[in-house]
Ligand binder design. Structure first.
Ligand SMILES: [Zn+2]
Length: 249
């Protein structure tokens, strides 16, 4: 078996790049990552920083789940067909879970990374971590069109039947959007803070740590973003709170 020569890193979450610096050094390999994701991998404090709303992150935000070892990225991955070493690959940029989430197609197999999730993982997290549901749904629709014989989802196993899992992802996100719209309709006017709390309660998520709460807050906001973009909810500031309602006129 040949020596490892390249490392393609799909996005800047510590569970995907945490060991990259170690591997890069050990094998003197070439690292690839999409722009912006690369910037975070080279400056990992950016993740706790953005999750903390731009404030200097508190010590409890600076943990290995949010912040991996910095790794130098040698090549910026673009959405294109090219060679990595002597292997022809097709690189896709699939935003939604992360700003410049990448996936890679090799020999008719899609290594999807977190561009969609395996079923078990989807249900386990209850409110899946995404950054914008509009982009996530666009990505999932693009995944339905892709011509491959199988795919490996984020945190799941290889499957030939990936289309049904992608559809499951679409339905899951749409159900959450419907839940939020119904909640706002029932309560007429809902602040962002109230929505985060109500959703975490309703979906029965476990949040015992500030960093987990910050992740769920981002996930809830990802659905809010989509509902605003689709014109299904309106948003304004009231009493210094970001507030939502349904007003169709
Ligand atoms: Zn991820």
């Amino acid at each position: 078996m040949g020596q490892l020569s390249h490392l393609f890193i799909t996005h800047a979450h510590a569970d995907h790049y945490g060991g990259a610096a170690f591997v890069r050094e050990k094998y003197s390999l070439e690292t690839w990552a999409p722009s912006l994701e690369a910037a975070v991998m080279e400056n990992p404090v950016l993740e706790p920083l953005y999750l903390h709303g731009g404030n200097d992150p508190l010590p409890e935000m600076r943990n290995k789940f949010l912040e991996g070892q910095p790794v130098q990225i040698d090549r910026i991955a673009e959405e294109t067909t090219e060679y990595i070493g002597d292997i022809p690959v097709k690189i896709h940029i699939f935003p939604g879970h992360s700003y410049r989430q990448a996936a890679i197609e090799v020999n008719g197999i899609l290594f999807a990374a977190d561009s969609y999730f395996g079923s078990e993982y989807l249900y386990k997290h209850k409110i899946p971590y995404i950054t914008d549901v509009s982009y996530q749904l666009e990505t999932l629709n693009r995944l339905l069109e892709i011509e491959v014989s199988g795919a490996v989802p984020g945190h799941g196993k290889f499957e030939h039947t990936y289309v049904s899992t992608v559809k499951e992802n679409i339905d899951y996100h749409k159900d959450i959007m419907d839940w939020i719209e119904a909640f706002i309709r029932t309560n007429k006017e809902v602040s962002h803070e109230t929505l985060v709390s109500a959703m975490c309660n309703a979906y029965g998520v476990t949040v015992t740590h500030l960093s987990a709460w910050m992740l769920y807050r981002t996930a809830v906001t990802a659905y809010v973003n989509g509902l605003i973009r689709e014109g299904r909810i309106c948003h304004y500031l009231k009493d210094f709170r970001w507030t939502f309602c349904i007003c169709h006129y």
